[in-house]
Design a protein around this ligand. Structure first.
Ligand SMILES: [Zn+2]
Length: 127
């Protein structure tokens, strides 16, 4: 299901949205301190420029709102509906989830944002 050529592959792995051949990030692990936002300037494989225009990734904040809500709803369902926690406990669970997964949410948002504008090109992945 998750193979190169699928947008989901680029979004979940953080690989180049055009060729899916390499990671956009200098350090793949989002929890590595201090390197969360460090991205390569261009793809070394297909030469795609990741920062299409100045402040391009500010737009990812709109996406991170939606992604954050998705994580919050998931935490709510697990804590309140499955584990039968109280409302206060559920609130704490949602808060902890959002803090712990913040680096993942930020990276996912950037990946979704750039995949809206750059599409997979089979020719670029071959070259
Ligand atoms: Zn590329």
């Amino acid at each position: 299901m998750l193979k190169k050529g699928n947008k989901l592959y680029s979004i979940l792995t953080g690989s180049c949205p055009k060729c899916h051949q390499e990671s956009m990030y200098e350090v793949k692990n989002p929890y590595n301190p201090g390197t969360l936002f460090n991205m390569h300037e261009r793809c070394s494989h297909c030469n795609t420029r990741y920062k299409i225009e100045p402040s391009f990734f500010y737009g990812a904040m709109y996406v991170s709102y939606a992604v954050g809500i998705a994580f919050g709803v998931a935490a709510f369902v697990i804590a309140f509906l499955l584990l039968k926690a109280t409302l206060v406990q559920t609130f704490i669970a949602i808060f902890i989830t959002l803090v712990v997964f913040m680096p993942v949410i930020i990276r996912l948002s950037r990946n979704i944002w750039i995949n809206i504008f750059i599409h997979y090109d089979p020719l670029a992945s071959r070259a």
